[in-house]
Each structure stands twice: as C-alpha cells, then as structure tokens.
Design a protein around this ligand. Structure first.
Ligand code: NI
Length: 163
C-alpha cells in the first residue's frame, strides 16, 4: 500500500466524470487499498478516486466503523434534508454549509464486485452524496450556502461532538 497525492481544488481531474469499473483486478484492488490509507492518513471520512487522479467510479468512506467501499455507486432514493458543515480533503482547511438529504440509499458494487445496497443517514448520507458528486466532477464548494470558511480548532471540536 502507498499514500497517493490528493489533488486539490483547481486541478482539472476533479471536474471530470469518472468511468464505470467493469472488472476487478490487482491494480484496482491496490488503488482501493491506497485510497483507504490516504483517507485515513489525511484524517478524512471519505475519498473518491478522482481525488487521487484516477477517473474510476470508486469511493471509500470511513466514519470510524471501518471502511465502506462503493464501486459504481448510484443513489436510488433520498429522503428528508439536513443542513450542516461539510469539508473536503481536496479543499484543506476549509468548510462550508451544504444542504443534503438526511437519508440516502445507494446501489453499488463492493470490492468483490458483488451488488450491494446501503442506506445511510445523517453524516453517512452526507458523505455518500459528497463522494458520488466527486465521481460526476462536482465539488461541494459549488453547493455552499454563504461563504467557505477557514476551519478553526474550536469548530473542529464542535463538529466532533455533533457527529
Ligand atoms: Ni471531497
């Protein structure tokens, strides 16, 4: 496993649409392992392959209960709404308020290319939406209500308490 370089806002690769993954192979397995390591190393809760420069429809999410791998994810249902702070490893040190569904259901393939369906609420739903957006070349900064703000230590603590 190896850490990959996280591409930052302004990098063209972040605006491109990721391609469907049609088969699992060693390279893709390695990419997934590297994405998980890179996400953990950066202290993030989610990472999409385009953020490490690879245009494959793969995201990893870890809210502290172990990594969830979603290949070719497709949101099939949304319910309710939540408004709260969001950040992104490609936009370090910043956060902004984004409204997302409170609950989403996503269809995807897991790392063994088996079909899975997951329903996530709250922060998990937010992470799914944020990462699926990355696969469509969309960044949360375009959805922010008001201004992007600098993350302060105090806000970091508040965030940890509320989620
Ligand atoms: Ni992001």
């Amino acid at each position: 496993m190896a850490l990959r370089t996280i591409r930052l806002l302004g990098d063209d690769v972040l605006k491109k649409k990721a391609k469907e993954v049609t088969k699992m192979n060693f390279r893709t397995q390695q990419l997934i392992a590297d994405m998980i390591e890179t996400m953990h190393n950066a202290g993030g809760v989610g990472l999409a392959a385009p953020q490490v420069g690879i245009l494959k429809a793969i995201v990893v999410i870890d809210l502290g209960e172990g990594p969830v791998i979603l290949i070719n994810p497709e949101i099939t249902a949304e319910e309710g709404s939540q408004t709260g702070d969001e950040g992104c490893l490609s936009v370090p040190g910043k956060q902004g308020v984004v409204t997302r569904p409170e609950k989403v259901t996503v269809k995807a393939l897991d790392a063994q290319m088996n079909e899975i369906e997951i329903t996530g609420e709250s922060l998990f739903a937010r992470a799914i939406c944020h990462e699926v957006d990355h696969l469509n070349g969309q960044m949360y900064v375009d959805l922010v209500e008001g201004e992007l703000r600098d993350v302060t230590d105090e806000e970091d603590e508040k965030e940890a308490e509320s989620k």
